[in-house]
Design a protein around this ligand. Structure first.
Ligand code: HEM
Length: 125
């Protein structure tokens, strides 16, 4: 079976997705809550999410090669993440997937997969 990485369109498309995701987070009022959890510059976040998603989607494990095991939940503990933050992150990603032109079936599959990871990051009531 083809990986999500291949179906999205490989490296260039993963970059486009991550860039659109952080552009939206930076520009849209509805994502202000999660934008404020991030550093002033989103440059490092863009690079790290790109490296992480490459492996998460079934491509090369670039994040692991560079930084080792992601321990994603632990890395998110310094940020208060509840349902509103999870839902903002999800809306931002859903919009980004739409904006870069992914087909609907693929978007739905990825949405379910992203939701599980996003929900796992919750660390407050
Ligand atoms: C549930 C809502 C989420 C919130 C509010 C959130 C927020 C954050 C914040 C504030 C950072 C630190 C960035 C900085 O220092 O500027 C971060 C890092 C990161 N996030 Fe999330 N995140 C969420 C979900 C996710 C999900 C679902 C994924 C993956 C599918 C993800 C992947 C990452 C990665 C790879 C990093 C970089 C980790 C590192 O420092 O090496 N996040 N996130």
């Amino acid at each position: 079976m083809e990986t999500h990485y291949a179906r999205i369109g490989g490296e260039a498309a993963v970059r486009r997705l991550v860039d659109r995701f952080y552009d939206l987070m930076d520009q849209q009022q509805e994502f202000k809550g999660i934008r404020e959890l991030h550093a002033k510059s989103l440059k490092a976040s863009r690079e790290k999410l790109f490296l992480f998603l490459s492996g998460w989607l079934g491509g090369r494990q670039l994040y692991v090669e560079k930084y080792g095991h992601p321990r994603l939940r632990q890395r998110h503990l310094p940020f208060a993440i509840g349902e509103p933050e999870r839902d903002q992150w999800m809306s931002c990603m859903v919009q980004a997937m739409h904006d870069i032109g992914l087909e609907e079936g693929l978007r739905e599959e990825l949405k379910r997969a992203f939701w599980k990871t996003a929900d796992f990051m919750r660390n407050k009531e």
